[in-house]
Design a protein around this ligand. Structure first.
Ligand code: GLN
Length: 188
């Protein structure tokens, strides 16, 4: 059985933990760097990336999570988590974990679409389209050759993968569709 952590400093933590439990894996709310050694993978949830970065630095989880991923463990970043894992943030000097070769635009869907839900096709998932919930979502504006695009909305890339790192601009944990989480667990 795989053990999946959810970074629990800020944001949508409990929904991820419930989804992990629902697929028969073990979920752990991660608040301290010493918890990382028990994990096969870590989810960086949605929330507010600036706040999450600040708290990760404060609790010594920024460099330690980066090292965790660099030793071959899995990372799933949703929404703010997609921002934090990117190589860089468009028009910003804000530091990122640089775990996937992407450039991201924060709040990239604009005001009129601050929050919306739509069905999307995600590469690698079999069956029907995936229900994607976007909340002040970012998107990926550039994908380097190391990374692979997985899904688009309005010609904007909203999911990508590089090795054991999977990122989504939407919130899979807010629906009952666990296929993306299962995909993540299957590659750990
Ligand atoms: N707009 C937020 C950010 O850039 C992300 C929103 C979310 O995670 N739902 O941090």
């Amino acid at each position: 059985m795989k053990t999946i952590g959810v970074l629990a400093l800020q944001g949508a933590v409990s929904e991820h933990l419930e989804a992990i439990k629902s697929i028969g894996a073990t979920g752990i709310a991660v608040k301290h760097p010493d918890q990382l050694s028990q994990l096969d993978g870590l989810i960086l949830p949605g929330g507010e990336s600036t706040t999450m970065r600040r708290l990760m630095k404060k609790y010594d989880l920024f460099e330690t999570v980066k090292a965790f991923a660099e030793t071959g463990k899995g990372i799933m970043g949703t929404c703010a988590g997609l921002v934090l894992t990117a190589r860089e943030i468009d028009e910003s000097q804000d530091e990122t974990l640089q775990l996937i070769d992407t450039t991201v635009v924060r709040n990239g869907f604009g005001r009129q679409k601050d929050s919306f839900e739509t069905m999307i096709v995600v590469k690698g998932l079999t069956g029907s389209a995936f229900p994607a919930v976007f909340i002040r979502a970012p998107y990926i504006v550039a994908v380097g050759k190391e990374a692979e695009t997985l899904a688009f909305v309005d010609n904007k890339c909203v999911a990508a993968r590089q090795g054991k790192v999977i990122v989504t601009a939407f919130h899979p944990e807010l629906t009952n569709d666990t296929r993306l989480l299962e995909l993540f667990v299957s590659i750990l």
